[in-house]
Design a protein. Structure first.
Length: 296
């Protein structure tokens, strides 16, 4: 497929505002449509309005689905990732966060300690709900013959919501019949899942130069509106590679191939500011005792 056909009737579908820029730099200014999924996030109450302001000020038109983030980043076991019906299966980290959520909700009942933002429901439930919401919101926007670009099935650096969006679009691809494309970003954290998508023989891909000038313009908009979620010193790659997304993991083989990867490293330290240090064990225990009737 040549470049003109590759970008014909084309759309980027990215999870969070700035994902369209980070992982689809080479085509962002050229595709017909750009859609981002998430705006609000309960843990950062100010970010939704900031994102809406940034998208209104963006150097090209962008549509937002306006969904709320689940906060699932860091909940999967990336050493041995397990896929689920809704994206990725969670580890005990999700249960730990749910206990924290219940504790925070109960703090007003046991004392004046400030608990910070609290989700209305569990991360796991929000994640499941978002999968259904993605299918419902994206289905009427997709048609046979479209070229749709989205996150790769390992979520670039290992992001559970990126994987969820890929899996939703993969299901819709089978239902509707568009062509689903992915780019080539990856980190060591995501490699265990990426390696399941190696092929028996090298596949065809399209290599395109990145557009750092447009990227800087777009990144400046996010920074100006205080909703840039990436490193300020991020260095743009010179090229990106795109290939049609595989239809599921492949079988184990003695020799297998992917395509050239844009490998990078990020700070692997997971923020754990879910439960303020001021909450004593006795206060947390009392709070949890008052929430036994709630579903974990």
């Amino acid at each position: 497929m040549d470049r003109s056909a590759f970008l014909e009737n084309s759309m980027i579908v990215a999870a969070h505002p700035d994902d369209e820029l980070l992982w689809f730099n080479a085509i962002l200014a050229q595709v017909d449509r750009v859609v981002v999924v998430f705006e609000d996030f309960w843990a950062k109450p100010e970010i939704g309005a900031a994102r809406r302001a940034a998208l209104a000020d963006y150097p090209r038109p962008i549509e937002s689905l306006g969904l709320a983030e689940s906060g699932a980043y860091g909940c999967a076991n990336w050493s041995v990732p397990a896929v689920s019906e809704h994206g990725l299966a969670f580890t005990t980290e999700a249960r730990r966060r749910e206990l924290t959520r219940l504790t925070r909700r109960s703090l007003p009942r046991v004392g004046p300690l400030a608990a910070g933002p609290v989700a209305e429901t569990s991360v796991a439930q929000l994640y499941r709900d978002n999968f259904a919401a993605l299918l419902a919101a994206l289905r009427p926007r997709l048609r046979p013959g479209m070229n749709v670009f989205t996150h790769n099935p390992w979520g670039e650096y290992g992001h559970e919501e990126h994987v969820q969006l890929f899996r939703a679009l993969d299901r819709l691809r089978s239902e509707i019949g568009f062509t689903l494309w992915m780019s080539n970003y990856c980190t060591e954290r995501a490699l265990p899942l990426a390696m399941r998508y190696f092929d028996a023989a090298p596949g065809r891909y399209i290599r395109l130069p990145c557009d750092p000038a447009f990227a800087e313009r777009a990144a400046d908009v996010y920074k100006r509106h205080s909703c840039w979620t990436w490193a300020d010193d991020w260095a743009w790659f010179e090229e990106e590679c795109y290939r049609e997304a595989p239809h599921g993991p492949g079988a184990a083989r003695p020799h297998a191939h992917l395509f050239p990867l844009n490998l990078f490293v990020i700070d692997g330290v997971q923020s754990r500011n879910w439960l303020p240090m001021a909450v004593s064990l006795s206060a947390a225990g009392t709070a949890l005792g008052l929430t036994l009737s709630e579903t974990i």
